[in-house]
Design a protein around this ligand. Sequence first.
Ligand SMILES: Cc1cc2nc3c(=O)[nH]c(=O)nc-3n(C[C@H](O)[C@H](O)[C@H](O)COP(=O)(O)OP(=O)(O)OC[C@H]3O[C@@H](n4cnc5c(N)ncnc54)[C@H](O)[C@@H]3O)c2cc1C
Length: 475
Amino acid sequence: MSDADKVDYDVIVIGGGGAGMAAAIQAADAGARVALLEAANKLGGATALAGGLFYASGTAAQHELGILDTPEAMYQDILALNGDSVPHTLVRRFCDDAPNVMRWLMELGVEFPPERLSAPSARFVPRAHEPVGFGAKIAEQLDLAVSKRPIDVARMSRVDTLLTDAQGAIIGVRVGDDEIFARSVVLACGGFGASEEFVARLLPKARRVGDWVWNVGCSTNRGDGLRMAESVGAPLVGENSALLLQTPNFQRDLEVIGPDWALMVNSLGKRFVREDGAYYEISEGIEAQPDSKAFFIFDRPLFETAKPHPRVLEAVKLGIATVSWVTRVLQEQLEKGRVIESPTIAGLAQKIGVDVASLTATLARYNELAAIGVDADFEKSPASLKPVATPAFYAVEVRPAALIVTGSGMPIDVEARVLNASGAALPGLYAAGETVGNLYGRHYVSSGYAIASSITFGCIAGRSAAAYARAQAAA
Ligand SMILES: Cc1cc2nc3c(=O)[nH]c(=O)nc-3n(C[C@H](O)[C@H](O)[C@H](O)COP(=O)(O)OP(=O)(O)OC[C@H]3O[C@@H](n4cnc5c(N)ncnc54)[C@H](O)[C@@H]3O)c2cc1C
C-alpha cells in the first residue's frame, strides 16, 4: 500500500482557534471526516483572549442603527488604505463573505448587539462589531459547535510535520511519532508571537524596540504553520506585518486606548499623530519615527485627573487589559523615576533628551489649539484637546512593543489554497488566520479585521479542503 492509499481523514485541521474551529465545522458540514489537532489543552487560541471585535459591513446591526454601508464600500476603503500591498481578489472575497460569516456566528449563538458597534474614531464607518462576552464567547460557541459534530478533536497534540507523497501533494501530518493521513490539511496554527526566531526573522521593526517587545497573544502560537508551509515549498510573505501596540516604559501594558488626554511628541519634540486616533494608527505613527519611540507629555491637572477610557475599563473587568494611565499608577511610577517630572517645560525637555526650543514651541502651539478647541494640525477631537500649561510637567516614554497580531506567513488564494513561490496551489494544503501572510497589507485595516479575516477564511478553507478531499476520493 502506498502512502497515498492510507487515509484516516478527509480533512485534518491544525490549530483549534477561531480559524481552525470554523474550518473544521464547515468541512464537517460539507460531509468530510474531520480531525482537529490542537497543541494546547483546550480549544480557543488567541481568539479566546481577544476583544472579539468583528469587522464587517452591510450587517443587521448597522442596518438597525441606520448606517448605510456595503461590502463594496468596505472593499474600496481597504484598497484606499492598502493599495496593492494586499491581493484585491482576497480583499473582495473577505468583504463579500464577512457579513455572512458574522450571521453564521450569530446562528451559533454569538450576539453582536447594535449598541456595541463602533469605529476607532468618528472618521470611520462603524464596522467593528463587539460580541457579548468578547472573543471568549466566540471561541466558546465555536467549541460547542465542534462538539456537536462528528469531529475528532485531539488536544495536547502539536503537529510538527506535513507529510507529502512523491509528487509533493500533502497527504497527512506527524504529531511526535504518530503519522495521521488525510486527503487535505488546513493550517490554522495562528501567528508566531511566541517564537523569538520568527519575530527576529520576519519583524525587523520589532528589533528596533529591542527587549521592550512582549507577546500579548497565545503562548502556543510559535509559528509552526509557517515552518511547515515553508518545508513544503511555500514562501513566507508579509514581512513586518504585525500589530505592536504602544507600551509605556513602566509596565507591560495592554491598554489599547492610551491617554488621549495627553500630548504626544517624538524625540525631536514634535507632534506626529492625533493622540486620540485608532490604536493601530498611533502605533504605526511611533514606528515611523526614526528611533521608534515617543513621549506622552502632560501637566499636573492632567496627572491628577488621569483615568482610562471607559472601553478600557470593560476590558480590564474581563482580564484582557491592564490599567496604566491612572493617577495611582502614575504616582507610583513617578516615585520609581519612570514618570519624569519637572517644574518647567525646558527642564522636562532636558531630562528626556529633547530639544528645549522645539518642545517649547510644540507646547505653545498645542495650548493655542486647546484654547480655541480646534486641532487644526492633527484633528484631535475637542473633548481630548486639553491644555498642558500648569506645572509640574510630566513625560512618559512609550514604544510600539505589545505584539498582539502577526500577519506574515504563507500566501493563499481566494479558496484559501496555499501557494508556492510561483503562485501555484500546493495540492491538498489550505490555510487561514494569522498563519497567512498576504491578508493584512501595509496597514492594519481596523479593529476587528484580524478575527473577521481569520474566521472568514477559516470557513472558506474548511469548505475548500472538503471539496478537494471529495474530488480526490472520486478520482
Ligand atoms: C488580547 C488580544 C485581543 C485581541 N482582540 C482582537 C479583536 O478584538 N478583534 C480582532 O479582530 N482581533 C483581535 N485580536 C487578534 C485575534 O484574536 C487573532 O488574530 C485571531 O483570533 C487569530 O485566529 P487564529 O485562528 O488564526 O489563531 P488562534 O485563535 O490563536 O488559534 C491558533 C491555534 O493553533 C494552535 N496551534 C499552534 N501551533 C500548533 C501546532 N503545531 N499544532 C496544533 N495546534 C497548534 C494554538 O494553540 C491555537 O489554539 C486580539 C488578540 C489578542 C491576543
